[in-house]
Design a protein around this ligand. Structure first.
Ligand code: GRF
Length: 186
């Protein structure tokens, strides 16, 4: 199954997905990495791996044209499933409709808890004993689609948002390739 990855920054989850795809029994291949940020570090890494990359800023052209171009590039690459990996822009209802049920995302909380930003600081402030990450289907409503899989980590006394984020990120890198593989097989 051909997968296209959208990212906006570092791209460590994209790297985990690409590395897993290099395994012989992986049911997906990463055929395109695209970004709304031309200088996203993840984009450069993907290009170095020989993966087709594409970047386009919505600045100046507006969101509908930007997303139409994204869809055109994804279709040109014959992408069947779109995986968001630190893609920091809200997708329009139109884009979600065009890819209905075929967009997945990784979110750094145990959904339905802590949708949106600053998940780790919010989990610590709430006094939670566990945090984690979720892979879910993307729908029109932010971080609200069906959860496909989750991983938990403990929150330790003395944790701050950064130390917790680092612990969760390790699990993100394990969870996302596993759940994406299950998803494309189903
Ligand atoms: C990850 O924590 C992911 O869960 C969230 O944004 C972060 C992206 O990190 N959606 P990276 O770009 O994959 O390194």
């Amino acid at each position: 199954v051909k997968v296209g990855i959208l990212l906006s920054g570092r791209g460590s989850n994209m790297q985990a997905l690409v590395r897993a795809a290099q395994g012989s029994d992986c049911p997906y291949e990463v055929v395109l990495v695209a970004s709304d940020k031309p200088d996203a570090p993840g984009l450069a890494w993907a290009a170095e791996q020989g993966i087709a990359t594409f970047s386009l800023s919505p600045k100046g052209i507006g969101k509908p044209a930007f997303e139409a171009e994204m869809t055109a590039m994804l279709r040109h690459a014959e992408v069947e499933v779109v995986a968001l990996a630190g893609y920091m822009r809200l997708l329009s209802d139109r884009f979600v409709g065009d890819w209905r049920g075929r967009i997945v995302n990784i979110h750094p909380s145990l959904l339905p808890k802590y949708k949106g930003l600053d998940t780790h600081a919010r989990a610590i402030a709430a006094g939670d004993a566990v945090a984690g990450c979720s892979v879910h289907v993307v729908t029109e409503e932010l971080d609200a689609g069906a959860v496909l899989g989750q991983a938990e980590v403990p929150i330790h006394p003395g944790d701050d948002a950064d130390s917790l984020a680092a612990r969760v990120l390790i699990e993100e890198h394990r969870l996302y390739p596993r759940i994406l593989s299950e998803f494309v097989r189903s």
